[in-house]
Design a protein around this ligand. Structure first.
Ligand code: FE2
Length: 369
């Protein structure tokens, strides 16, 4: 079911995704992984050498995607508690706004839980303003105004001058998906409408997304200009434990399930990621048997897509190519999606069934089905 009309304007101007911050057990090693395997260049760092005694953070950049990897240096820091409970995972979804004061004022008026009101920080690169609100579980949204800031990320960070392993073509964040408990999806969909002024782009029921064993429901929320897309998943009653239940069990609560990133050449990106030993979810080869008939003419070579394990879906606006990584930590929680869009604004609904069969095979292997 698609939304019929384009949404209203945002009630505070949103420029786009700013960054995604992870709380991890060992930021130095995570930075190495994101550099060597995913092609993110380390551009800034905060830690003991910059005067921070409690945390270390690395800012990693590729295209317009900016990841921040933060770990605790002391046992009683909030980051350490977060990691003990959730494992490595997303703590902060950063949104760039034109005016942080205005955004925070609007959010407060609408009833958002303010964790940090609009606050200015300064260094030799200028002034950065941020404000933070509570989101699902322990996850937060941070609103960042960087119009008067020229530094690599934020005050407190020093620029890094390292070359890194080189990018793989990841260009921008496409969407960020949250898993919530059964019965909470509608609450959070309304939350996006009321607090953030977002509209509903799509609604998938368990009829759309189910296999013999497991099912889930999903609503996709997006901001007025369509720059930000946040699907929300909740488990549906199935015969066995769904992939969402597995996530909630191991993450110990709601949180970010996957971050999808755009590329302009998914074959080149995936080929390079495979060379760098990123593991992807593999659908059965039977998936490709009737794909040509189902999808029709596309720019890419079907044999190459099959070789790389890339999936294709089409809707009335065009087609998309997508692939999903295996979880990137030992807990079966966060993973990534690489996506290339050719007009299509969907999320690969036609691939859900094939994907879930593969996912369940992995779940069974972990003893979680
Ligand atoms: Fe996705």
């Amino acid at each position: 079911m698609s939304r019929q009309d384009r949404p209203h304007e945002d009630f505070f101007p949103i420029r786009g995704y700013d960054h995604v911050e992870f709380y991890v057990g060992n930021a130095r090693q995570a930075a190495h992984f994101y550099d060597k395997s995913f092609g993110f260049k380390p551009v800034a760092k905060m830690g003991q050498e910059t005067g921070c005694r409690t945390r270390a953070s690395y800012v990693m950049q590729q295209g317009n995607v900016r990841l921040v990897l933060t770990c605790a240096l002391t046992p009683d820091d909030e980051v350490a508690r977060h990691c003990a409970l959730h494992g490595d995972g997303v703590k902060v979804i950063g949104i760039e706004v034109a005016d942080c004061d205005q955004a925070m004022r609007e959010l407060k008026t609408r009833g958002a839980t303010i964790l940090q009101p609009a606050t200015a920080a300064e260094d030799e690169f200028g002034t950065l303003k941020t404000g933070v609100i509570k989101y699902a579980g322990d996850t937060v949204f941070k609103f960042v105004e960087r119009g008067s800031y020229r530094g690599p990320f934020a005050p407190g960070y020093k620029p890094l001058n390292v070359s890194g392993a080189g990018g793989v073509g990841l260009a921008a964040v496409d969407h960020i998906v949250t898993n919530v408990y059964l019965g909470e999806m509608d609450y959070w969909a309304r939350w996006y409408e009321q607090m953030m002024g977002f509209g509903q782009l799509k609604h998938f029921t368990d009829d759309d997304i189910s296999t013999e064993y497991s099912a889930l429901m999903s609503k996709v929320m997006e901001n007025g200009a369509g720059k930000l897309k946040f699907p929300i998943n909740e488990p549906a009653e199935g015969r066995r434990k769904s992939q969402i239940d597995e996530y909630l069990e191991w993450y110990n609560g709601p949180g970010v399930q996957h971050v999808a990133m755009n590329t302009k050449d998914i074959c080149a990106t995936v080929r390079e990621l495979r060379k760098r030993e990123i593991d992807f979810l593999r659908v059965p080869d039977t998936y490709y048997e009737d794909l040509r008939d189902r999808i029709g003419k596309i720019d890419e070579d079907y044999d190459e897509l099959q070789e790389l394990g890339i999936l294709v879906d089409r809707d009335e606006d065009g087609y998309l190519l997508q692939i999903f990584t295996q979880p990137v930590q030992d807990r079966p929680t966060l993973f990534y999606e690489v996506i290339e869009r050719h007009g299509c604004r969907g999320f690969g609904q036609g691939n859900f069934k094939a994907l879930f069969v593969s996912l369940e095979r992995e779940q069974a292997r972990r003893g979680n089905l």
